[in-house]
Design a binder for this molecule. Structure first.
Ligand SMILES: Nc1nc2c(ncn2[C@@H]2O[C@H](COP(=O)(O)OP(=O)(O)OP(=O)(O)O)[C@@H](O)[C@H]2O)c(=O)[nH]1
Length: 404
């Protein structure tokens, strides 16, 4: 099996996943329902029409709307069930696929430009390659590493053909995720038999509150009792925003007034967690990097309060960074890593950027695991980071070109 086939298999499974676009699934669903309606002598047109304005309408939403319809009992439910079952496994693949579209396109473009005038693998080619990789936001160190490794490989295997050089580059990029000896656990450290507490840090506007809201919704849907703590007391807006996300997700929020002591919010939240038996506590903190000492002290104080009640907590300190800021995200991550014990990264707004290569830089230069990725603004658009899916989403077109 080819190198890229292995990745494809890991992402898509043995069988080729049906890549039917959601619109087509919906259309099929509508047609099936119409047929059943005709058999039943019902006119369904107006009830099954998908609202044009709802661009991102989910199959679940459509299904919900259909379940309200009268008289269509068993047969429609069966169709609906089928669609749900088929949709779920590829939903994540599609989200990665869509979320990484811009990055994939730009990466492909850099590679195409690089190889447009390819003649041979000489010094000039390696310089151009380094430039192309840096432009694709994989980071300076990563670009140099790939270039060095490629030079060795070229000598070792006498790689000359354009196609083989291209394949080797992608192979090297993918290998960054597969290095032995570097432990990377992309799973969130969720406790199964005791409460889980996670702190979220990151500068303003990166998507901290949104990510907390999305994660809260996910755990709530799994039947967990979730509590949020608005410990970013620096800005009144941040508190209000968390309250709004709490409402959206249907979970409780502990809040104080703006300007209060964040540690006092955490104290109240921990008490509430203990007394009312919450499963998960997500703490929104203020991430003011301009004052590192204060930030460190503030976080340490919060941790001490948490540890007093739950000695193994916090179970995660997640740094939220905005992928659209590219290299700035990397710099922020480096600074936070030096300031506090970050256990993982939440990389937001991947859908809005062509700088998806930043994941490779974070992986190669920081050795901090990316644990969650934001792939859109909807409450369901937060995904567990899956390296295979990421790599496939980023290099899919190139893999298909080179691996046949
Ligand atoms: N496209 C896209 N937008 C996102 C994503 N995550 C967050 N956003 C948007 O980013 C903006 C900022 O998000 P917030 O959650 O308010 O950021 P924050 O870090 O909490 O910022 P402060 O509240 O100012 O500290 C909002 O408009 C979000 O909708 C994502 O994954 N994709």
């Amino acid at each position: 099996m080819g190198f890229f086939d292995k990745i494809k298999k890991a992402v898509l499974g043995e069988k080729k996943v049906d890549e039917t676009p959601k619109e087509e699934i919906v259309e099929e669903l509508e047609q099936s329902i119409e047929e059943i309606d005709k058999e039943d002598g019902l006119e369904t047109k107006e009830t099954v029409v998908v609202e044009e304005s709802k661009e991102d309408v989910t199959v679940e939403e459509i299904i919900d709307s259909k379940q309200e319809e009268p008289k269509l009992e068993q047969p429609k439910e069966e169709i609906v069930k089928e669609v749900v079952v088929e949709e779920k496994p590829q939903d994540t693949v599609q989200k990665y696929d869509k979320g990484l579209e811009k990055s994939r396109r730009s990466f492909g473009q850099y590679m195409n430009e690089l190889f447009a005038n390819f003649r041979m693998v000489d010094d000039e080619f390696f310089e151009d390659l380094e430039e192309a990789l840096i432009s694709a936001d994989v980071g300076f160190e990563t670009a140099m590493r790939i270039s060095d490794e490629l030079q060795e490989e070229v000598k070792l295997k006498n790689v000359k053909k354009k196609k083989d050089v291209q394949a080797t580059i992608i192979e090297k990029l993918v290998e960054i995720y597969e290095e032995e000896g570097i432990e990377e656990n992309n799973e969130l450290n969720i406790q199964t038999d005791s409460p889980t507490i996670m702190l979220f840090v990151g500068v303003n506007g990166v998507g901290k509150t949104t990510s907390i809201g999305k994660l809260a919704k996910r755990y709530k849907d799994q039947g967990k009792k979730v509590l949020l703590a608005a410990a970013d007391t620096f800005r009144a807006g941040a508190i209000d925003q968390l309250v709004v996300w709490g409402e959206r997700a249907g979970v409780d929020v502990v809040r104080h007034n703006a300007g209060g002591d964040p540690a006092a919010v955490v104290y109240d939240a921990v008490e509430k967690m203990k007394n009312e038996h919450y499963d998960i506590l997500l703490v929104d903190t203020a991430g003011r990097l301009q004052n590192k000492v204060n930030l460190m002290k503030e976080l340490e104080k919060m941790k001490r309060i948490i540890e007093r009640e739950y000695p193994s907590a916090p179970h995660e300190v997640l740094l939220v960074v905005d992928a659209t800021t590219g290299q700035n995200a990397l710099i922020q991550a480096k600074e936070f890593k030096n300031t506090t014990d970050v256990t993982g990264i939440v990389l937001t707004k991947l859908d809005g950027t062509a700088k998806g290569g930043i994941v490779l830089a974070i992986r190669n230069e920081l050795h901090l695991p990316v644990k969650l990725v934001g792939l859109g603004e909807k409450i369901t658009d937060l995904e567990a980071f899956n390296p295979n899916q990421f790599v496939y989403g980023l290099f899919k077109d190139l893999m298909e070109d080179y691996d046949g």
